[in-house]
Design a protein around this ligand. Structure first.
Ligand SMILES: C[S@@+](CC[C@H](N)C(=O)[O-])C[C@H]1O[C@@H](n2cnc3c(N)ncnc32)[C@H](O)[C@@H]1O
Length: 390
């Protein structure tokens, strides 16, 4: 998309949002964020543009290195063995450009061809632009891959996967003022938009805090992702038997809504720069908020999903064989400069400060599978490393 097209799209989207505000007398931040990201023509995710990787606005783990997908594929192989039967379905929702799917499929085709032959990889995608990108990227795996709606997954057996989907759901923004919970609404102001604090649009917002047994501290701002728990209940209802693997950045509720977190976690990404102003660059920037994993687990339980594993991304990847994977890749590198570059790239996936190792979490839930010992839950002490490594 050219700069002119982007600017024209922004004006159209702003005009649309202004009309909605005039009609409704102000809209919730959640509605505003929904239009910015998912307006059918001008939304950030819907219009054709580079979003992920160097030429886009942000990196995801799967855009960092294919080892991420290879390791996730190993977890699917074990899940397939646990479920038994003669076919395993992976359903990935919000696959972006499809890199994670590609890396999983490439790795399974190479490492476990029999499992690969029985695998059905189904993608659920809201964005026509991303769907086109996925179709192009996954052309070599055409026989394994298909696109479908959530409803078509009813009764599926296998694993429901998402990586950085939930953080992209529209969130309600709230603040505690004079002892009362107030919600951020978006109104028109001059040529742009402004915030206004009003009474919450729905009792579900206060209900979220009551359900968690928590209160927001006076003066603090936070996000409430009501869509995430509706989604989790739906996914739990769709799954016949198997697993749900959710990878995203976020925290348990006690950490997310801690009194020390004064201004929430809402962030915008535009060309690898972050900003905290979602009312600018309308439709041109990603808007995200960290995920409340406690509420995801609670709503999963309501839908029959047992929490089997919850950990930092670095623990998850180490359990799946990150170190062995790194050593194998390194052994193939004859050039020391490239081997060093590889180590630095892979470090991003597990590094705590500034990397993706700690803020990112992995949650595995199960339905009708008992309490298996998952590969990802192996601790570093249980993993045999090559002699002489330490
Ligand atoms: C941040 S990107 C995910 C990145 C990707 N999983 C990766 O590993 O690179 C968010 C994705 O979720 C999709 N998405 C958002 N809401 C969705 C929904 N309700 N149903 C299906 N896809 C959705 C977006 O179009 C986009 O593909």
């Amino acid at each position: 998309m050219s700069q002119e097209q982007a600017a024209a799209g922004q004006l159209e989207l702003e005009a649309f949002i202004r009309r909605r505000i005039a009609e409704a007398g102000g809209i919730t931040f959640a509605e505003y964020m929904g239009h910015c990201l998912y307006h059918p023509e001008y939304g950030y995710y819907m219009a054709p543009r580079e979003r992920i990787g160097k030429g886009g606005d942000f990196f995801t783990s799967s855009s960092v290195h294919s080892l991420f997908g290879r390791l996730v594929g190993r977890q699917f192989l074990q899940m397939g063995e646990l479920l038994g039967g003669d076919g395993f379905t992976v359903a990935e929702q919000g696959a972006g450009e499809g890199h994670l799917a590609l890396d999983i499929l490439d790795a399974l085709a190479e490492e476990s061809p029999e499992f690969y032959r029985t695998l059905r990889y189904r993608l659920v995608e809201i964005s026509p632009d991303n769907r086109d990108r996925q179709e192009r990227l996954l052309a070599a795996h055409r026989e394994r891959v298909e696109w479908c709606t959530l409803d078509e997954l009813q009764g599926m057996e296998g694993c429901f996967l998402s990586n950085e989907l939930v953080d992209a759901f529209p969130v309600h923004l709230v603040e505690k003022r004079d002892g009362a919970l107030r919600e951020v609404f978006v109104v028109s102001e001059g040529d742009g938009f402004a915030e206004e604090l009003r009474a919450p649009s729905t009792p579900d917002i206060a209900g979220r805090f009551t359900g968690l047994g928590m209160e927001l501290a006076e003066g603090n701002r936070a996000e409430v992702n009501l869509e995430s728990t509706r989604w989790m209940r739906r996914v739990g209802g769709l799954l016949g038997r198997g697993f749900v693997l959710t990878i995203d950045y976020g925290y348990p509720a006690a950490e997310l809504y801690s009194p020390l977190r004064r201004s929430g976690t809402l962030l915008c990404y535009h060309r690898h720069r972050t900003s905290e102003d979602p009312l600018r660059n309308v439709g041109l920037q990603d808007i995200t908020a960290h995920v409340d994993f406690t509420s995801l687990q609670n709503s999963g339980e309501e839908a029959g999903l047992d929490s089997l594993y919850f950990g930092h991304q670095y623990q998850f990847l180490l359990g799946l064989g990150f170190v062995e994977g790194l050593l194998q890749l390194q052994a193939r590198e004859t050039d020391e400069k490239r081997a060093r570059a590889l180590r630095l790239t892979l470090k991003n996936l597990i590094m705590p400060d500034g990397g993706m190792g700690e803020t990112f979490k992995a949650l595995v839930q199960g339905k009708g599978v008992g309490r298996p010992q998952l590969l990802c839950s192996r601790s570093i002490g249980d993993i045999s490393l090559p002699a002489g490594m330490f």
